[in-house]
Write a protein that binds this ligand. Structure first.
Ligand code: ADP
Length: 320
């Protein structure tokens, strides 16, 4: 493909999901391995719909780490930014949606390899070749990956990349909610495109019924596009000159894991070769329709990576 490169930075891990639904972790009869980690999902989402993507992050030099690096490459994503830690192991998460509707998590991160990425280990040549540089925020939680994260953003920006941010708030991973809010907002003003979920926006603004004023309270001068995803209600968009919403597609939802990453990957594919989409409301709405279709399809199958659509899948949903 001749399109420009989207580099996605952050963690990749394995989610262990119970083989049956609606049980607590302790009750699970067994687990299935589901490769994930939002930034890795975004890179694979881009590749699946025909864009060019690279993933930058650290894995353990263990069976799981090599399995994940293999998945990156099998999916046509450039893995030249992946480094392996000699000592620490690949991050693991045990995740379940219990019968009472609550999510239960248990993480292996003490520390996992992704948290040990050092600034000196960054593939700067790869990062400098990005037209869009996308990142999450788990890597902001601790050193040394926090410094690596900040350095990668700076290098990408200097080289002229558009910066795209998805806070991916996983509150249980942070030492405290206050620290999560503070750290997320500390890098807020660097990004030109930001995608948050309605739940994250509530958390960041402290408001429990989000409206346009809440979203716009987080506006900053560098920002070109703020997106708020609303699950089965689609998304809202805000730019300097216009704002509005684009409705979701109606699908048979099985598992929403990865919907937001699929949405982001699709949108970045539309933006990477043509930033003017950010200034043209009709074309932005068209791009968001495509992104909503990709997000919707991702909810129709279990897991994130196996459920990511091709461009043809998304165009078919839009046409039908
Ligand atoms: P996040 O994963 O960031 O919380 P959402 O769950 O809001 O993001 O999903 C991202 C996008 O995927 C939504 O904006 C929407 O277009 C689509 N989507 C998510 N859930 C559904 C659903 N149940 N039905 C249809 N589309 C959905």
């Amino acid at each position: 493909s001749s399109s420009s490169l989207i580099v996605s930075f952050g963690e990749m891990l394995i989610d262990f999901v119970p083989t049956v639904s609606g049980v607590s972790l302790a009750e699970a009869p067994g687990f299935l391995k589901a490769p994930g980690g939002a930034p890795a999902n975004v890179a694979i989402a881009v590749s699946r719909i025909g864009g060019r993507a690279a993933f930058v992050g650290k894995l353990g030099d263990d069976e799981f780490g090599h399995m994940l690096a293999g998945i990156v490459k099998e999916n046509g994503v450039n893995g030249d930014g992946i480094v392996f830690d000699k000592g620490a192991r690949t991050a693991l998460a045990f995740v379940t949606l219990r019968a009472d509707g609550e999510r239960e998590f248990m993480f292996y991160r003490n520390p996992s390899a992704d948290m040990l990425l050092q600034p000196e280990e960054l593939n700067l040549e790869l990062i400098r070749s990005a037209k869009v540089f996308h990142y999450g925020s788990i890597s902001l939680i601790v050193e040394p990956c926090r410094s690596a994260h900040l350095r990668a953003m700076e290098v990408a920006k200097e080289a002229g990349a558009l910066l795209s941010y998805d806070p991916n708030l996983r509150l249980p991973l942070w030492p405290s909610p206050e620290e999560a809010r503070e750290q997320i907002l500390s890098i807020w003003e660097k990004a030109e495109v930001i995608k948050v979920s309605d739940v994250e926006l509530e958390f960041l603004t402290g408001s429990d019924k989000i409206d346009d004023a809440d979203a716009l309270s987080l506006w900053h001068p560098n920002l070109k596009l703020l997106l708020v995803t609303l699950g089965e209600k689609g998304c809202r968009y805000y730019t300097k000159n216009f704002h509005g919403s684009v409705g979701a597609f109606h699908v048979q939802t099985v598992d929403t894991t990865g919907a937001g990453d699929s949405f982001v990957g699709a949108l970045l594919c539309k933006i990477v070769d043509d930033h003017s989409i950010l200034e043209d409301e009709a074309r932005l709405r068209e791009a968001l329709t495509f992104a909503n279709a990709c997000g919707a399809i991702t909810t129709t199958k279990k897991g994130a990576i196996p459920a990511l659509p091709t461009k043809a899948d998304a165009l078919k949903l839009i046409k039908d």
